[in-house]
Structure formats: C-alpha cells, structure tokens
Design a protein around this ligand. Structure first.
Ligand code: HEC
Ligand code: HEC
Length: 230
C-alpha cells in the first residue's frame, strides 16, 4: 500500500513537470499595456544558447542576415508574434528552409523557453504591440484569383513565385510554405503586410510610405491566396 502511494506521487510529480515543460509559464506576461517582465535567469540562459545555436543565421542580438535568417529583433515582428508563434517556430522549424526543427535537438530542446524569453527581451516598443494586437480567431474571406494577381504584382519579386522564400534568392521569407502558414494566423499575415517590418526590405503596404498602398480587400485577397498554397 505504501509503495502504491509512493508510486502515485511519483507519477503525479512526473506528469506535472512534463506539463510544465510543455507550457511556458515563466514567459507568460501581460503585454497589453505594460513592459514585459521576464525571468532574468531564462533570458541569460537564452542569450548563451542563441549565441551558440542561432546567431550564425539570425545575427548577433537577432538583427537578421538577409538570405540566411530572418530579423527577429524588429519591433514589428515582436509586436505581432506572440510567445506561442515564436515557440512553435523553434519547435517545428520551417520545413523547406534552413530553419530546422529543434523539437528533437538534444542540446536545444530544453532551452526553448529560455530562447523565447531572450527573443522577447529585445522588445522595447510596447506601443506597437498595443496598436497591432493580433486576433488569431479571424478567418479572412477573399478572392483567390485576385489575391494571386496581387501577390505576383507586389510580393513575388522578394518572396518567390509561390512564396518559397530565401531558396528563391530574394530577401523575403517562405510565406507560401507550410512551416510559416501552420503557425501564422490570418490576422498576423494581414497586419504584417499592413505595417511591414522595420529594418528589413519588408515595407508597409497599408499606408503611404510603403512600396504600394493596398486597401484591406486587396490585402485580404492576398492572405486568402497564400492560404491556398498550402
Ligand atoms: C522588397 C522586398 C519585399 C517585398 C516586395 C515584399 N516583402 Fe514581405 N518580407 C520581405 C522581407 C525582407 C521580410 C522579412 C525578413 C526578415 O524578417 O528578415 C518579409 C516578411 C514578410 C512576412 C513575415 C514572414 C514571417 O516569416 O514572419 C510576410 C507575411 C510578408 N513578408 C508578406 C509579404 C506580402 C504579402 C507581400 C506583397 C504584398 C510582401 N511581403 C512583399 C521582403 C519583401
Ligand atoms: C541555418 C540557419 C538558421 C539557424 C541556425 C536558425 N535559424 Fe531561425 N530561421 C532561419 C531562416 C532561413 C528563417 C526563415 C525561414 C522562412 O523562410 O520562413 C528562420 C526563421 C526563424 C523564426 C521566425 C521569424 C519570422 O520572421 O517569422 C524564428 C523565431 C527563428 N527562426 C528562431 C530561431 C532560433 C531561436 C534559432 C536557434 C535555436 C534559429 N532560429 C536557428 C534560419 C536559421
């Protein structure tokens, strides 16, 4: 009997720890209107791992290297991508690109929450997050054919004929590939198109300073077209 209770406690203990490892409680924070408060130990550890495992492609402090790794420290990216987006991208990778899946990488796997915390620690513009809050439940409607035309006119040049990304030779990422489309919500894609990504060739298409000014219908059509590529 005593043995059974002991076993029970061990099992409960183990399942609790593995549950804790799956979710990322230490990185949870209310981003809406106050600065991010992050666990300093996680950030420090994340910095170490990032330097060793990620900086060769993403640059020191995530500045990005065109054709090698996306810029991770722009306020626009950090304002639109939530922790889950970053976590899942590291876990799943981006098949068809050089961004590997770290789900099974022995030396990186257990540090993924630290990496999320470290990447999040670059965020210093909370205004962007407040302004562009992504609603993941939105499913956009649009015209695939119009979207395809729009894509070919405005996006193909950098992202490739069907969104294949760096492998096409342009500066844009693989936005037609499943690794990206599985993790990105419609609203994330739409808002990225509208606001662009500071410090990269991705200019805003939602207002005057960009390469072209697209209205919401034109942007929705492009998002619906990208979804159809999967
Ligand atoms: C002049 C080049 C250029 C053009 C034109 C361009 N992009 Fe981009 N795009 C980029 C770059 C560069 C990035 C970001 C790469 C990085 O973060 O380092 C990017 C990033 C993105 C992302 C975020 C991808 C991710 O991995 O999070 C989306 C979505 C996107 N672009 C959609 C579009 C769409 C749709 C169009 C057409 C309306 C477009 N882009 C036109 C260069 C371009
Ligand atoms: C061999 C190069 C390489 C290495 C090493 C690498 N990445 Fe990437 N990473 C990429 C590329 C390329 C992309 C963009 C893929 C695409 O086209 O969608 C990317 C995309 C990302 C994104 C999504 C960015 C966005 O704009 O949506 C995140 C987050 C990320 N990487 C984190 C990491 C982390 C954390 C590590 C270290 C554990 C890492 N990467 C290691 C090449 C790399």
């Amino acid at each position: 009997m005593r043995f059974n209770i002991f076993l029970f406690l061990v099992i409960v203990g183990v399942s609790c720890t593995s549950k804790q490892m799956q979710s990322i409680p230490q990185v949870e924070h209310e981003l809406v209107d106050k600065p991010v408060v992050l666990d300093a130990k996680l950030v420090k550890n994340g910095k170490k791992v990032f330097k060793k495992k990620c900086a060769s492609c993403h640059g020191q402090e995530g500045v990005g290297i065109t054709g090698m790794g996306a810029r991770l420290n722009s306020p626009d990216f950090l304002g639109l991508a939530d922790d889950e987006f970053i976590l899942k991208t590291i876990e799943n990778g981006r098949p068809g690109t050089t961004m590997a899946s770290y789900k099974k990488a022995r030396r990186v796997k257990k540090h993924i929450p630290s990496l999320v915390a470290y990447i999040r620690s670059w965020q210093n513009d909370y205004e962007v997050f407040k302004k562009y809050k992504v609603d993941k439940t939105i499913v956009l409607k649009g015209n695939v054919e119009h979207g395809k035309k729009g894509y070919q006119t405005y996006c193909l040049y950098c992202h490739g004929p069907i969104g294949e990304g760096f492998s096409y030779g342009g500066p844009g990422t693989g936005i037609g590939l499943s690794g990206f489309l599985d993790v990105a919500s419609d609203d994330y894609i739409k808002k990225t198109i509208q606001v662009g990504r500071a410090g990269t060739a991705m200019k805003p298409f939602g207002h005057g300073r960009g390469l072209a000014r697209l209205n919401e219908t034109e942007i929705d059509d492009i998002v619906v077209y990208l979804r159809s590529l999967k």
